[in-house]
Design a protein around this ligand. Structure first.
Ligand code: SF4
Length: 398
């Protein structure tokens, strides 16, 4: 039987003019406490609170990929001081083990020091959640904890995202989708009459109807610009934001990154459906001089082939797991390897399940391209890791 969506937030806020706090000038721990100081957290008393950071990849702290452990540490402390029972949970991207990701990013250490439970949200069976009036997707497989805890706090890293523009508090809730079902949102067909829009963006707005976090903390200690969510450049900003309306909090984070939420499709779509406010005229931001903390982030490139001139990336309905592996591979080895093929033209590389045909010699990456493997270099895996791609390259091209 299908369960319902998250309940509305119990934290007081003005729906028409939501407030967002920006804290800077101290370390990540104090900035987080300072940002949260503006919000009355008393409704958390006696409730079970699940903190949902971004620990979806195995990455060192401070790389701009995972939430800074001191931001999570402060959130644990502050919610406990408010009388809540607190745990930290995550369901990472395909191929990543939750507890390994928590260990590498430093969250395990701060949680153990506080005797705070870490939850592998992929460990138990999923719960189906229907999306009333979902436009791209009508049902989600959700990690059970998301519906069992009383309150969910989204704690993303401030990042650019090559497919969704940014990934902040609203999109971070995608890490509440169970195991591989996250990939489903990347595999949706174009919607009739909306061929110019990415179905992924529409699906994230659909998701927000049922998985709106009760409170959001955005970690801008070290964010990521360019090829986010994992292959961009770390960008130190030294800020932490907090707000009850995740759309408003995201909108302020966008401004600090030098962009407008009005240019981010999933935020526009969700706001248009009444999930939150992104109109900066209506958002009350504290302190008054918050814009002085803005540092423009490099945008994600529109075209990967331009970024890597020696290859042609043929991407048709792939998901971000394969994209990340390919990007990391190209960033690490692309110039050096494909430069060696002087005179050989651009090397075609394919990811995704949507191809009808591929040129001879295409480097086929991921199980989605299995049916083209005959006579072509093929890297199995879902997703394959960088070392697997390198091994196939070495065997076939050298
Ligand atoms: S092979 Fe790659 S694109 Fe296909 S489902 Fe797996 S991770 Fe996604």
């Amino acid at each position: 039987m299908s369960k319902s969506s998250l309940l509305p937030t119990p934290f007081k806020f003005n729906k028409d003019n939501p407030a967002v706090w920006v804290a800077s000038g101290a370390g990540p721990y104090e900035n987080t406490r300072n940002a949260l100081a503006g919000i009355d957290l008393s409704p958390a008393s006696g409730r079970r609170v699940l903190l949902k950071p971004n620990a979806g990849r195995v990455a060192e702290p401070g790389a701009g990929i995972t939430t800074h452990p001191q931001v999570v540490a402060a959130a644990i402390d502050v919610f406990r001081e408010a009388g809540a029972e607190v745990a930290v949970g995550e369901s990472p991207i395909t191929g990543v083990k939750t507890l390994e990701a928590f260990a590498r990013c430093g969250i395990q250490e701060i949680a153990e020091a506080r005797n705070c439970p870490l939850v592998d949200m992929d460990a138990r069976p999923s719960v189906p959640v229907d999306i009333p009036a979902g436009e791209a997707i009508q049902r989600l497989k959700v990690c059970p904890e998301v519906l069992e805890y009383d309150l969910i706090v989204s704690i993303p890293v401030m990042k650019m995202h090559m497919h969704t523009g940014v990934t902040l508090a609203v999109k971070n809730m995608k890490g509440c989708l169970w195991r591989r079902s996250k990939v489903d949102l990347h595999m949706l067909p174009k919607l009739p009459g909306r061929e110019d829009e990415k179905s992924l963006n529409i699906a994230i707005a659909d998701m927000a109807i049922v998985l709106l976090p009760h409170l959001s903390i955005i970690d801008g200690t070290v964010g990521m610009e360019g090829l986010g969510p994992s292959a961009g450049q770390a960008k130190a900003l030294g800020v932490v934001l907090a707000g009850v309306d995740p759309f408003a909090t995201d909108a302020v984070a966008c401004e600090l990154m030098g962009i407008s939420a009005q240019d981010i499709p999933h935020l526009c779509l969700g706001a248009a459906r009444g999930c939150g406010v992104i109109d900066m005229e209506r958002i009350q931001v504290t302190p008054e001089d918050w814009r002085s903390r803005a540092i423009p982030f490099d945008l994600p490139p529109n075209n990967l082939s331009l970024e890597f001139p020696n290859v042609t990336v043929l991407d048709n309905q792939s998901c971000s797991a394969c994209q990340s592996s390919l990007l990391l591979f190209l960033k690490k080895y692309g110039e050096q390897l494909f430069d060696a093929e002087k005179g050989g033209g651009k090397t075609p590389i394919a990811i995704g399940k949507g191809h009808e045909s591929l040129p001879p010699g295409t480097l086929c990456i991921g199980n989605c391209t299995t049916r083209f493997k005959e006579g072509r270099p093929f890297v199995p895996g879902c997703p394959p890791v960088v070392s697997q791609i390198l091994a196939v390259y070495d065997e076939y091209f050298r």
